[in-house]
Design a protein around this ligand. Structure first.
Ligand code: XMP
Ligand code: MG
Length: 183
């Protein structure tokens, strides 16, 4: 796909790379203060959270271990099914760990609510969530998310790790996907 073609697939840019980096810097300082002296485990949710994890964790002025989980509730559609499937489980035992789940976006909240319940049953000492984006109008379940980057309108967005059918993840900004692409 050529650069010009990609622009045709997007409408507004909602959050720029610069805004994302500035926000992650802020959140990293906050997290470092909150977890000072604690054993912190960052759990990234594949694949969307790859960019957030990379940029957030490198701004974190403290040691933290890192693990990944792959779940899917979407397939190639733009709506959450609520049916969550583990595609790759953690390698880490959560007993006694302070877990910070790193997510790209909270949409309906169904994926995270399932993950939170799942992690609680594994004996973590504490569990919090960091999400770069959140769509308040799309919430089907309330998620207690301690660290939120940006609240955005209820539109399907891509870029900075977020995909539509595995495309657009490598865009630097977060942009609204033009409806003609998926309708
Ligand atoms: P739920 O609805 O369970 O969704 O909170 C969580 C997961 O769904 C994906 N998601 C999106 N992906 N643009 C995307 O590219 C979006 O606007 C969007 N909304 C939800 C994402 O993987 C998220 O972790
Ligand atoms: Mg995701």
């Amino acid at each position: 796909m050529r650069a010009a073609d990609i622009q045709d697939d997007l409408t507004d840019i909602l959050v720029t790379e610069e805004e994302i980096h500035a926000k992650l810097e802020e959140l990293a300082a906050q997290v470092a203060t909150d977890y000072s002296g604690k054993d912190l485990l960052l759990v990234g949710v594949l694949k969307g959270a790859v960019m957030v994890m990379a940029d957030f964790s490198r701004r974190l002025p403290m040691n933290a271990s890192m693990d990944w989980m792959a779940v899917s509730s979407y397939g190639a559609s733009t709506k959450s099914s609520g049916v969550v499937q583990i595609r790759k489980d953690l390698d880490t035992d959560l007993h006694g760990k302070h877990v910070l789940i790193v997510e790209d976006i909270i949409d309906s909240g169904l994926t995270l609510s399932w993950l939170l319940e799942n992690f609680e049953s594994r004996g973590a000492e504490s569990i919090e969530v960091l999400a770069l984006l959140r769509k308040p109008e799309a919430a089907k379940v309330q998620i207690d998310c301690k660290y939120v980057g940006f609240d955005i309108p209820n539109e399907f967005v891509v870029g900075y790790g977020l995909d539509y059918a595995e495309s657009y993840r490598n865009l630097r900004d977060v942009a609204v996907l033009a409806p003609h692409v998926y309708s």
